[in-house]
Design a protein. Structure first.
Length: 211
């Protein structure tokens, strides 16, 4: 039959799930590391040594610490860029939580999402080969009802995307997007700072009826 029956064709992409990946300038990355790493070392200094393969998380208000001032400024600038890209008219937002994650050799971070926020993100302070990726999972669980075999994985048929990161990488993504981290197979601790973003005046500016 060939293609004689076809006058035209197109593939319409709709409802995309986006992840914004930003690499900080070397000087900025180095200043942030010089400020944040000693603060985290001091925070963890009075705690017992971590159990092998066990992850560690800090308290959840790191964005209020002076040591994170420059990182917070970068997060704010990146968030403004995301809202502009999405053509969102509400531009008042705030960091609702910010915490450090340390994954020693063997530690994992199981699949999860961040409810009650609009955006989530992570900044990478310390990575290494074997501890330099994050997994994003298809947020549409109903797509798993039928899973025919595929001959090659593509963005259109996969249920998981692996994103490579390095020291100084900043990621922002929808807070509903499930994500996970594979076991650290390197000999270096993986250290990152996670955060959530929400509209500051949600009930006043965002949640009113749309009709």
């Amino acid at each position: 039959m060939g293609k004689q029956w076809m006058a035209a064709s197109d593939v319409v992409s709709m409802f995309p799930t986006l992840v914004w990946k930003i690499e900080l300038a070397p000087g900025v990355r180095e200043r942030i590391a010089a400020a944040v790493l000693p603060m985290l070392d001091q925070t963890r200094g009075g705690q017992p040594p971590p159990v092998a393969g066990a992850a560690w998380q800090s308290e959840r208000a790191l964005h209020e610490h002076a040591a994170l001032r420059e990182l917070v400024a970068c997060i704010h600038e990146a968030t403004r860029g995301v809202l502009k890209f999405l053509r969102i008219g509400c531009d008042t937002f705030q960091i609702t939580g910010c915490w450090a994650n340390a994954l020693p050799h063997g530690a994992v971070h199981r699949m999860h999402s961040h409810p009650n926020n609009f955006l989530s993100g992570v900044y990478y302070l310390r990575t290494a080969p074997g501890a330099d990726t994050i997994n994003f999972h298809d947020p549409r669980p109903q797509t798993g009802v039928i899973r025919p075999p595929v001959v090659a994985l593509t963005a259109e048929n996969t249920d998981q995307v692996v994103v490579s990161v390095r020291d100084g990488t900043l990621l922002l993504f929808p807070a509903y997007l499930p994500h996970s981290v594979e076991a650290n197979t390197s000999g270096r601790e993986r250290l990152s700072v996670s955060f959530n973003i929400m509209f500051s005046a949600f009930t006043e500016e965002v949640s009113k009826p749309l009709w």
